[in-house]
Design a protein around this ligand. Structure first.
Ligand code: VG1
Ligand code: CO
Length: 581
């Protein structure tokens, strides 16, 4: 092949958000949008020459097209070898595992995660570095700066047919052939470029087998009083659940739902929460499902890094999932095999795990939203288990959150607790969580999302919040309207990374009351157009009478004072949030 440079002009809006660059497919398809961003990534990696990268995505619309373009750009930019997941598919946690196990230079993940897919929906691109984790701010801002001054991009072209044929047609038209590997030579530099189609699952499965006791899980899941459902929401995890749960653990195919990856996720949001995974929620509800109700269920997002856990008629909040897994870490071989020193959660995540950390003598870190902030803590071995309120949980086995890992943690806990239990007397997910609340108390939590907010309304809201915060904190023992409990903190969250001491400001407005109940407001960094305002509400109680109450009821006073004092409905012009989780 030959390297050809094409002139281009910068595209605006190429600033990566909480997790990569996400835009409408239409935007990515516009002339040079994709090539501009990919070239800007390569321009930010000066030592990429001859290195190996992995490439794959969640299978959404535009996945295969983007792979073809990126492969030609990688070759032209001097990448030595490109590993591509079979059929172009790789989950986010699998990419992280592959980079670490094979000691690669980095990887490119094509996904907009839980955002919907299809020709009119979202596409996205993330870059992960050699520790397997998302690129940090210093690198992503370099991507952005380069994208704003780009003047050309490089593409590999066929020597003999410059206008017609893809030079890598031999490999790229056989992307379904695992193990296929071709070496191409660059006529301009004399260097070689190798492309190999790798299994999407092998490396990941290999890792899971090291972390969990598969024979224990097999024994437990085959109990006659146990039944489960795993909902892949037509995202990429279907190829993993089939292999791990059906082929390896020998479970019936009926335990899997929506396990075929689809370009448009069947027209739904591949977002595992009570709203978008309501089909699964109903199947777990004995009042709605008169057939065999599962004892355990999990749903995963498009790229497989999020997971919602359910029991029979019971929802496990993400903060509780993190706390319960940490409290029961001894049931999980991966955690038994190491000294657990710390946990970390994102600031808006309810503080349930903090109580566990205290009891287990572990340090608890509070980070801004986004998985990249956990990377340094894990690399420095300060924290081993991390989680976010948005259904992401993971550990130091990789540097991304991991949906299937989370489900396997829960199954390991269930397996251990039920080792001595006779058939018909299964200790349930609900039993485990309620027992946890008895010991540690309960952190009630809810999130309101206001989607498609317009810029002027949002800036007015932020202005109003700043005024409210200054006003409230002026008084001794801050007061918010007529709310009976005084404010302890009203600020904007700043994070100082304990490892590299970098400072990240403006990570959400916090209002914390003296009883530790609180609300937080921040703007989403993953929406592809307009702004999404997220509000988080939390209240803690150890009072058993209260812990059995519905979340909504317990949080009502906090939600009311938050909406009222911030004038949410007046300023955003919305009487209700779009999504409540
Ligand atoms: C959201 C979540 C955050 C998560 C991020 C990426 O970000 O709140 O917790 O890490 O998505 O998740 P934001 O900025 O929209 O609130 V994923 O599964 O999209 O890679
Ligand atoms: Co995701």
């Amino acid at each position: 092949f030959r390297i050809v440079s094409f002139p281009t002009t910068p595209s605006k809006d190429q600033k990566p958000g909480t997790s990569g660059l996400r835009k409408k497919v239409e935007t990515f398809r516009k002339q040079q949008y994709l090539v501009n961003f990919v070239q800007s990534i390569f321009d930010s990696l000066p030592d990429i020459q001859g290195k190996t990268l992995v490439l794959g995505g969640d299978g959404r619309f535009y996945n295969s097209k983007a792979i073809r373009i990126i492969a030609r750009m990688a070759a032209a930019n001097g990448v030595g070898k490109l590993l591509i997941g079979k059929d172009g598919l790789l989950s986010t946690p699998a990419v992280s595992a592959i980079i670490r196990q094979r000691k690669l230079y980095g990887g490119i993940i094509l996904t907009a995660s839980h955002n919907p897919g299809g020709a009119d929906e979202d596409f996205g691109i993330k870059y992960n570095v050699s520790n397997g984790g998302p690129a940090l701010e210093n690198l992503t801002s370099m991507f952005y700066e380069n994208s704003q001054r780009i003047s050309s991009y490089k593409l590999a072209m066929h020597v003999d047919f410059p206008d017609q044929e893809d030079p890598f047609e031999h490999t790229l038209s056989r992307i379904d052939q695992q193990g296929l590997s071709d070496v191409y030579t660059c006529q301009d530099t004399g260097n070689t470029f190798e492309m190999e189609i790798i299994s999407s699952v092998d490396d990941y499965l290999h890792l899971m087998k090291q972390l969990f006791d598969f024979s224990q899980l097999k024994q437990f899941t085959s109990r006659s009083d146990f039944r489960m459902l795993l909902d892949s929401m037509n995202g990429v995890t279907g190829i993993y659940t089939r292999r791990i749960f059906v082929e390896e653990l020998g479970l019936p195919k009926e335990y899997l739902m929506r396990d075929i990856p689809k370009e448009d996720f069947g027209g739904h949001h591949p977002d595992p929460n009570l709203v978008y995974a309501h089909d699964l929620v109903e199947l777990c509800d004995p009042n709605k499902n008169k057939q065999a109700v599962p004892n355990f269920a999990a749903a995963f997002d498009g790229d497989g890094d999020r997971c919602m856990i359910l029991g029979t008629g019971f929802f496990v909040s993400p903060a509780d999932s993190l706390a319960v897994i940490t409290a029961n870490a001894d049931c999980i071989p991966h955690f038994r095999a190491q000294k657990l020193k710390g946990v970390a959660r994102s600031m808006p995540t309810a503080a349930a795990v903090d109580f566990v950390a205290e009891k287990r003598n572990m340090t608890c870190y509070e980070t801004p939203t986004g998985w990249k902030f956990f990377g340094n803590l894990m690399d420095a071995d300060l924290a081993q288990i991390c989680g976010e309120e948005s259904f992401g949980l993971g550990s130091n086995h990789i540097r991304e959150k991991d949906g299937i890992f989370t489900a396997l943690c829960w199954l390991s806990i269930l397996a251990s607790k039920n080792e001595q239990q006779p058939i018909g007397k299964l200790i349930s997910v609900e039993d485990i969580v309620k027992k946890h609340w008895e010991t540690f108390g309960r952190n009630f939590f809810s999130r309101y999302d206001y989607d498609h907010c317009k810029a002027p309304a949002v800036s007015k809201l932020l202005q109003h919040i700043k005024e409210i915060q200054t006003e409230a904190m002026k008084q001794k023992g801050g007061q918010l309207l007529d709310y009976p409990v005084k404010l302890k903190v009203a600020d904007s969250f700043t994070y100082i990374d304990p490892v590299d001491h970098s400072k990240t400001e403006n990570q959400g407005y916090r209002f914390v009351f003296e009883d530790n109940s609180r609300f937080v407001l921040r703007l989403s960094g993953t929406s592809s157009s307009d702004a999404t305002v997220r509000m988080y509400f939390e209240r803690y109680s150890k009072d058993v009478a209260l812990t059995s109450q519905p979340v909504e009821q317990v949080l009502r006073p906090v939600i009311d004072i938050a909406l009222k004092s911030l004038q949410i409905s007046q300023i955003l012009g919305k009487t209700q949030p779009d999504v409540i989780t």
